[in-house]
Design a protein around this ligand. Structure first.
Ligand SMILES: Cc1ncc(COP(=O)(O)O)c(C=O)c1O
Length: 371
């Protein structure tokens, strides 16, 4: 494929930048002139705006979504042997954060329709060592939070929502990241609210945790050179915060555009061999990814690429089969639904500026090649 034939990119960050170029450039210049590059005023303002947007008391800016997952687990003081339950069908950062804190990731298979953790399989694997649960709102669709919070209450577990792909999504009218003890957001450029580098945010309603997390992101310190905890450097840059403040004003409009494109895809992709995203009626899906399921995924993927349509696989290898987690001794078929999904999922081009006629063309080419 060469660029001349490109029908639509997978995401189009340039088109988005062009729409807000003047505002972003002005915001960046303001930071450059202030010379307050780390945890400056824009970070504090963004934290207030995100807390307000996500319906939580506190938002703590950090340097990535990975750090947004890592610091709350660090704050828990997990001991070796402590267990944290999550899904194997996610980006590695979710389980990496558990391992980095010295705890053991324990996986639970997914619901094959929503791709989120299968609630019915969690209770069986809770042990006295289980300390936390990390549901992931995969692709932008909330996990089933009511039963998760019920289990957490029953077994006294800490719940961290991995909302890296789902800012703005709602479960029964509640924003993701506001229902667990903490929520983690990523501002990686391709996320629905993405910065121009790396960034993330932790959400919580807990006063003590808020204080501790603010210290952990600056080497466990509230006063310069006085260190209460072993922390790390996980601060959010002021320039990124300034860019995110501009973009946050557009987020709801952009999300609606994503949802509109997703509806068009789902209405047109009417074929027995294609499973379009299944959305629970109580969920407001924000479509960071528009992901279909097809049996002949790999051949469809290469044919689409030849036609000028790049696609992506989120994710080709479930975490329990990754070499990095081989020490956990899971085997093939440990989690059949995750393994089947890894072979069949295909994410199509999705971004707010995606043109409707491009969606039509993409759909027609998929229908041509699926036969
Ligand atoms: C589900 C999930 N969790 C965590 C992360 C990590 O976020 P970041 O790339 O900002 O560190 C990502 C980002 O790709 C993600 O998709």
């Amino acid at each position: 494929m060469n660029n001349k034939n490109l029908i639509a990119p997978l995401v189009d960050l340039k088109a988005e930048y062009k729409l807000i170029e003047d505002e972003v450039n002005t915001a960046i210049k303001k930071v450059l002139e202030s010379s307050s590059f780390v945890l400056g005023e824009e970070v504090t303002l963004l934290e207030e705006e995100i807390a307000n947007y996500c319906q939580v008391k506190y938002a703590i800016g950090v340097s990535s979504g990975t750090d947004a997952l890592f610091l709350p687990l660090l704050a828990l003081d997990l001991k070796p042997g402590d267990e944290v339950i999550t899904t194997p069908f996610t980006f590695i950062a979710t389980a990496e954060a558990i391992a980095l804190c010295g705890a053991k990731p324990v996986f639970v298979d997914i619901n094959p329709f929503t791709f989120n953790i299968d609630i019915s399989k969690i209770e069986n694997i809770i042990t006295p060592k289980t300390k936390a649960l990390i549901p992931v709102h995969l692709y932008g669709q909330p996990a089933d939070m009511t039963p998760i919070m019920e289990l957490a209450k029953k077994y006294n577990l800490f719940v961290m929502e991995d909302a890296a792909q789902a800012i703005g999504a709602e479960y029964k009218g509640k924003k993701v990241g506001s229902m667990g003890h903490v929520g983690a957001l990523s501002f990686f450029p391709a996320k629905n609210l993405g910065c121009y580098g790396d960034g993330g945010m932790i959400l919580t309603n807990d006063d003590e945790l808020n204080q501790k997390l603010r210290m952990l992101r600056v080497h466990g310190s509230a006063i310069r050179y006085v260190h209460k905890y072993i922390g790390t450097n996980a601060r959010l840059d002021t320039i990124q915060a300034a860019i995110l403040r501009v973009k946050l004003r557009y987020l709801d409009e952009w999300t609606e555009k994503r949802r509109n494109k997703a509806n068009i895809y789902s209405n047109l992709l009417n074929h027995p061999e294609i499973k379009t995203p299944y959305v629970e009626s109580h969920n407001y899906h924000v479509y960071n990814q528009y992901t279909i399921r097809v049996k002949n995924r790999d051949s469809l993927k290469s044919k689409l690429l030849e036609e000028g349509i790049p696609t992506a696989i989120h994710y080709p290898i479930p975490l329990h089969l990754q070499e990095a987690f081989s020490y956990l001794k899971y085997k093939e078929e440990s989690f059949p639904e995750s393994e089947a999904a890894a072979k069949e999922v295909l994410s199509l081009p999705m971004y707010p500026e995606l043109k409707e006629d491009c969606v039509d063309t993409i759909v027609n080419l998929i229908l041509k090649h699926i036969k």
